[in-house]
Design a binder for this molecule. Sequence first.
Ligand SMILES: [Zn+2]
Length: 319
Amino acid sequence: MIEKKTLDKIRELPIEGVASRLGLPVSRHTSHCPFHQDTHPSLTFHTGKNSFKCFVCNAHGGVIDLAMRVLGKNFVETCEWLANEHNLILERWKPVRKPSANRHYALDTEYLESLVTPPVLSEAAREFLFDTRHYHASVVRWLGISSISRPTPCWRYGRPYFDAPSLLFPYRDVEGQLQSVQSRYLGPKAGSRTSKSDIPRFRFPRGSKCHIFNLPILKLLKEGEPLFVSEGITDCIALLSAGHKAIAIPSATLLNKEDMQLLSHFGALNLHIYPDQDIAGEKLYIQLLHLANQIGACVTRHSLPPGCKDFSDYYILNH
Ligand SMILES: [Zn+2]
């Protein structure tokens, strides 16, 4: 006779753990069905209901049903087996984690470094940087901006890291170690008549984890010197070209407390911002204000003249 309490405990054993213990490898809540000749995994586990069901042979039930059928034992024997395996199932079994999207795309910084060192500026890149945007050559050099004319075949994953033609912006940590590279597509604008595809303007290779552009500038910052924070790289280059010290956040939503602590560590406590004239700009400003407060930094807000949606516009207007 098995106590009801014990029976309840057995019924609550995680079904996928029980299945693994029974020799059924579980992946993404499915397994090959042991009750019919199964070529594709047809046995599905419902972890919420703690049950299983085969969509081919219609075998179904809970933990005890599964174990009974696989072991070929009677009810009491099966419960005893499960009770004995109890600790093994609960302690040794861990749910199979869904493969993360980035798992197969560990960032190959060595390869990325080879794309930006030494920097190469194509005709299209020069035209954009110097003729259209009027950026300062010394700034382009300092940032190590590079470019590609052909999509980068990535030998490791068989897919291009970047579309082409594109500018390449290296993201480095304070010490100059490459973290990732962001591309800015220089081809026809997405959705335009000449555009063949919907290639996004800015892109990071998969697996990138970087928040701040131009971190090496922190080492050059003198005590109390203003540091401009911009949203996006192009505003940052414009700010630098205008003679300011500046960093960029790729997106307002990416700014976090660790980044701010890094700024504070380097004494960047006199922050300045020209918020973009849109909701995202306002969001970044508010978030920066909030985070600056936590590290004891102050934020000075500058306004753009009417008709300029961001600092890049303003900068071009002055050149
Ligand atoms: Zn089946």
